[in-house]
Design a protein around this ligand. Structure first.
Ligand SMILES: [Zn+2]
Length: 432
């Protein structure tokens, strides 16, 4: 690990401050998006910031703003520090929550992405001696391209698993003796399921580490254990986003993620008030990246809900810890009869049952409240036990219906296990 990962908090803050100042000096003369935002609050050249805490005077950046800016200034918007000819990579968001956002990277910022991903691999004990297999259809989504570049940066043999179905991927993994599997947590479970159907035992494979991103899972204890059992490997989490970078990684303790504070400044804020939450509390993660100067994100509201878990960890790192990783999206929280229910918490209960191969959460509306019911693929005789465990976890009676094995959708990318059937004119918190 780098020296900064175990440094004192004051040294980390000094590093972040130095990087942020250097970055702003590059951004502000040319980047019209941030020029406009900052001049509105009186932050102009020369910089009026004197310490890291002054960052809290900066306005937030939201996805909605970036999307609106691209719509008003096609194709790439105004959040560009350099002429378009300086950029070498174009990726875009999935567009599941609206119009896709296009993001450009310069060679410098693409190298920065690779460095951030190399940190993810190193923290999971991956080295240049490993063979990394990326089980993913390589499209315009940035996640696995950056994972690919990061493995290359590490010096590991890197294998793209695009253009293959699940069986072909399983055979390729076996044939080349891959030691590291990178994919979404749902897809790791799906691959194991397909392997079983084809009489292939992945516990016997050479895969020793799995790294997951794209959705909560590898930091949900029951889900992680399920993946580890299916692959006979150690499972690590990673968090990142197209607009921001690869910001989080799991350490040897596998309790969640650390924010890579060498490359990002993290704030955890109450999403309603915008005030910082105390240690142990949950809030929205707000990030500033410190190396993607060509298309920066300053005080970006990630929409990721996380728990502030302090700065000490048995691994020795002093980087901010987020126990449980990304707990969910701020706007994914359901309120069922007064109880806050996160989809990740439901996964933690359901994945304790090896017989549950897939599930779906049906959300309906009962007055101002959400109501949920579950559909699960599992033997009928287990339902009572599942309901009992759900009752213990949430103190709620949640209806559980058995559905036919294989009838629910499987996912390669981000799983969509919440089927929201609420009336669009109803509760305002589902503005997607
Ligand atoms: Zn740690």
């Amino acid at each position: 690990m780098s020296d900064l990962e175990t440094a004192s908090r004051s040294l980390i803050a000094t590093h972040q401050w130095t990087r942020l100042q250097a970055g702003l000096t590059r951004i502000l003369p040319h980047n019209r998006f941030y020029q406009e935002k900052f001049s509105a609050v009186g932050v102009n050249q020369p910089l009026t910031l004197e310490q890291l805490e002054d960052l809290s005077h900066f306005p937030f950046t939201t996805k909605r703003e970036l999307v609106a800016d691209q719509e008003a200034h096609p194709l790439f918007g105004r959040n560009l520090t350099y002429p378009v000819s300086n950029y070498i990579r174009l990726h875009q968001t999935s567009g599941t929550t609206g119009r896709p956002l296009k993001l450009l990277d310069t060679q410098e910022s693409w190298d920065w992405w690779a460095d951030c991903w190399a940190t993810v691999y190193r923290a999971a004990g991956v080295s240049r001696d490993d063979i990394v297999f990326l089980a993913f259809g390589f499209g315009p989504f940035i996640g696995f391209w950056s994972a690919y570049e990061g493995a290359k940066r590490l010096g590991a043999l890197t294998v793209p698993g695009g253009g293959m179905d699940s069986v072909q991927r399983l055979r390729a993994l076996q044939e080349i003796g891959a030691t590291v599997l990178v994919c979404t947590p749902s897809y790791a479970l799906h691959l194991a399921e397909v392997a079983q159907e084809h009489g292939i035992d992945m516990r016997e494979s050479s895969v020793r580490v799995t790294i997951h991103a794209g959705e909560p899972g590898a930091s949900i204890p029951a889900t992680r254990e399920r993946i580890e059992r299916a692959w006979n490997a150690r499972t690590y989490d990673h968090a990142g986003m197209t607009e921001m970078g690869a910001y989080g990684f799991s350490c040897s303790q596998q309790q969640g993620i650390h924010v890579n504070e060498e490359e990002f400044i993290a704030e955890i804020l109450n999403p309603q008030t915008g005030q910082p939450v105390a240690d142990g509390q949950t809030g929205e993660l707000v990030l500033t990246n410190l190396g993607r100067w060509g298309s920066p994100a300053i005080r970006y509201r990630t929409g990721d809900l996380v728990r502030h878990s302090g700065y000490s960890c048995s691994c020795g790192r002093t980087f901010l810890a987020l126990t449980g990783g990304v707990l969910g999206r701020v706007d994914d929280m359901l309120i069922v009869r007064g109880v806050n229910v996160y989809p990740s918490a439901l996964a933690d209960v359901l994945h304790r049952f090896p017989e549950v191969s897939e599930y779906r959460v049906i959300v309906t509306q009962a007055g101002p409240m959400d109501e949920i019911a579950l559909q699960v693929e599992c033997p009928a005789e287990r339902i009572a036990h599942i309901q009992e465990e759900l009752h213990i976890a949430f103190n709620l009676r949640i209806p559980v219906e058995v559905v036919e094995q294989g009838s629910l959708p499987r996912f390669e990318l981000k799983a969509k296990r919440v089927d929201d059937r609420r009336d669009a004119s109803g509760v305002a918190h589902k503005a997607k």
